[in-house]
Design a protein around this ligand. Structure first.
Ligand code: NAD
Length: 355
């Protein structure tokens, strides 16, 4: 499969789906021409990392289980020491966006090839984007070295994701596709992929919630995550991602939950100027307004609805509005500080989005 990168470099990415596909990891390492894999995970998922190391046998050079949210540079530096000590010639990241982020940060510094085995729907594995934090400041870059070479989507792994995180992670993925629909640099191909991704979750998420161990439904949602992640890597994001970046980076709110809460509000805001572009969301979910349709879907899926429930204080809203509006960025509906402050108030309280 060929993916366009920043309009300049074409890159081959191998993407495989299916139950137990993680067990092909040794073959994938050999296909890369590598023989010393460093396996990465968070401390919570060390068992999964050890299972992969066992699968790799002599191809495993080491295991590093300290991946953390927002890819702290201090953790990456420690991991780079392990890369040098173990003379690793590739990385295998098993986990969500945090672990994928560590693999990308290593690849950015070393150009080592990456195999990612995702266990959430965040979609980072399909993008050349790397967010990193140092001294409390989060910066984001896009670089072809960062895009993983191999993705193994194994539904058995995502089946262990608790239901609450399944819902928020799914809405995080859907947010990439929703904003792709009105991106200034969207194409027919990204539109089609965004709609495929949204449909996979609209149809698959209720099935996954009804039976979290339904592997066929889990695989369908992983296909959606790949589509949503791919469009995230190909087109520019707008208000929704800006708000979530601000709330996560400056107020330490959890990533997937924040996306889940903000999405209906940001989309209702932008539907004021991009209703036609957002029509596919109404077609999939019903209703006349894409933001209200997403709000109803989130409610039905028992998603969190109020930023105050994530620990954000009402007194933080002024600063959040300032931070999210200081630098201009492309957005379908004009961004004013007063309007964003009003949006945040409604999202903080968990009220119905304003159209
Ligand atoms: P995460 O990777 O931080 O995981 C959250 C927690 O859930 C961790 O403790 C993890 O070990 C655990 N977990 C993950 N999968 C599990 C499973 N199947 N079963 C049990 N526990 C599991 O969460 P996330 O939402 O996947 O990723 C968030 C991070 O990814 C953020 O830092 C965000 O900025 C980044 N991200 C980056 C991009 C990109 O393109 N650069 C895209 C999306 C997200």
């Amino acid at each position: 499969m060929q993916l366009q990168l920043s309009g300049e470099k074409m890159s081959d990415v191998r993407v495989q789906f299916g139950p137990s596909v993680r067990k092909t990891v040794a073959d994938e390492v050999r296909l890369l021409g590598a023989s010393r894999a460093l396996v990465l995970s968070t401390s919570q998922q060390s068992d999964a990392a050890l299972e992969i190391a066992e699968q790799l046998g002599p191809l495993a050079a080491g295991v590093f289980c300290k991946a953390a949210m927002h890819t702290p540079v201090s953790v990456t530096e420690e991991a780079m020491s392990h890369v040098a000590e173990t003379q690793a010639d590739c990385v295998v990241a098993i986990g969500g966006g945090s672990t994928t982020g560590l693999g990308k940060a290593i690849a950015y510094r070393s150009d080592l090839p990456q195999i990612v085995i995702p266990t959430t729907y965040a979609g980072s594995e399909a993008t050349p984007i790397l967010g990193q934090t140092e001294d409390g400041v989060k910066t984001t870059l896009s670089d072809p070295r960062v895009l993983p070479e191999v993705i193994l989507y194994d539904p058995e792994l995502v089946a262990t994701l608790p239901v609450a995180m399944t819902v928020t992670s799914a809405l995080n993925a859907m947010a990439h596709a929703a904003e792709a629909l009105y991106a200034t640099n969207r194409t027919d191909a990204t539109d089609a992929m965004a709609v495929d991704g949204l449909r996979a979750f609209v149809e698959g998420l209720p099935k996954v919630i009804a039976d979290p161990s339904d592997l066929a439904a889990r695989e369908a949602t992983q296909r959606g995550a790949w589509a949503c992640g791919t469009v995230l890597g190909q087109v520019g994001m707008a208000l929704h991602h800006k708000l979530c970046h601000t709330l996560g980076g400056s107020f330490d709110l959890p990533h997937a939950e924040t996306h889940a809460i903000v999405l209906p509000h940001a989309i209702a805001y932008n539907a004021r100027s991009a209703a036609a572009e957002l029509t596919p969301i109404c077609d999939l979910l019903g209703g006349e307004n894409a933001g209200l349709a997403l709000h109803a879907f989130a409610k039905e899926m028992n998603a969190p609805l109020a930023l105050k429930d994530l620990g954000l204080r009402e007194s933080d809203l002024d600063r959040a509005a300032d931070l999210a509006t200081t630098k201009p960025y492309p957005n379908p509906h004009p961004v004013t500080r007063a309007d964003i402050r009003a949006l945040l108030q409604v999202a903080w309280a968990g009220d119905t989005p304003v159209t």
